[in-house]
Design a protein. Structure first.
Length: 126
């Protein structure tokens, strides 16, 4: 079965030449999500925690469109413009994930699209 694109209006539309996610067999590769409100396509305002929650809400919407949810996540990559915000990511993740937690990498970057402070991508196994 060839890979198929996964799309949902409940997460921001792709702002470039990529898909929200690609489903290949029982594996789903979710593109990185930044804290865009899917209705306005603008970065949310507020503390870093608000940004991180929006990112995970966006990822959850795409995961659900693929036929799963965040409990199917096996790998996350977290990109932060300030690694000092990593504790906030951990705190928020506890509201979205349960054990066994997905494998994860945290990467400090100098900049993200649209001036975002956080971006997360994921791999799911359904």
């Amino acid at each position: 079965m060839p890979p198929t694109a996964v799309t949902t209006p409940d997460a921001p539309g792709a702002i470039g030449t990529y898909s929200q996610a690609i489903k290949a067999g029982n594996t789903v590769y979710l593109s990185g999500q930044i804290p865009l409100d899917p209705k306005t396509m603008e970065i949310v305002t507020g503390e870093v925690e608000v940004h991180v929650r929006r990112v995970f809400d966006n990822l959850r919407a795409v995961a659900q469109a693929a036929g799963g949810d965040l409990s199917n996540a096996v790998k996350l990559n977290v990109y932060l413009t300030d690694l000092g915000n990593f504790q906030t990511v951990n705190k928020v993740m506890a509201d979205y994930f349960t054990q066994p937690y997905p494998a994860r990498a945290a990467i400090g970057v100098s900049a993200l699209p649209r001036g975002a402070v956080v971006e997360v991508d994921a791999v799911l196994v359904l």
